[in-house]
Design a protein around this ligand. Sequence first.
Ligand code: DQA
Length: 148
Amino acid sequence: MKILVLNGPNLNLLGTREPEIYGFETLADIEAEMNGVASQLGADVEIEFRQSNSEADLITWAGASRGVFDGIIINPAALTHTSLGLSDALKAVADAVPAVEVHLSNTHKREAIRHTSLTASACIGQIMGFQGFGYTLALRALVKRLKG
Ligand code: DQA
């Protein structure tokens, strides 16, 4: 079972980026935790972890996931609130590659512009507010859904 983990703009800066909101973990720390949980969940569970500051990369990666990946975990970062294109790409593959949306912060406690997610309606569920720990929660939830 192959899970694609996508991270949007500025998440490469985790660790030093507004740590009071996003925590002190780096994206590499989160990737390592996910790999640890993936191996607990089964020898067949594999993750591929990617980050880009480019909307085009994320749209292309999500759209190309059919037939290659079994599921997606995505933190679209600021694109959550702006990208109909990313939402459309996730919807285009949702029948074969279900997605879970993750946010480090609880976006509903923040500025009004962050209260809307264009991508959430393309996903089976959303986990937010638990900083980096949310990624492993999303992995457990997605693998449970995929294994039935
Ligand atoms: C974020 C929340 C977004 O509003 C913000 O633009 C991010 C990170 C989060 O993980 O809390 O870059 O997706």
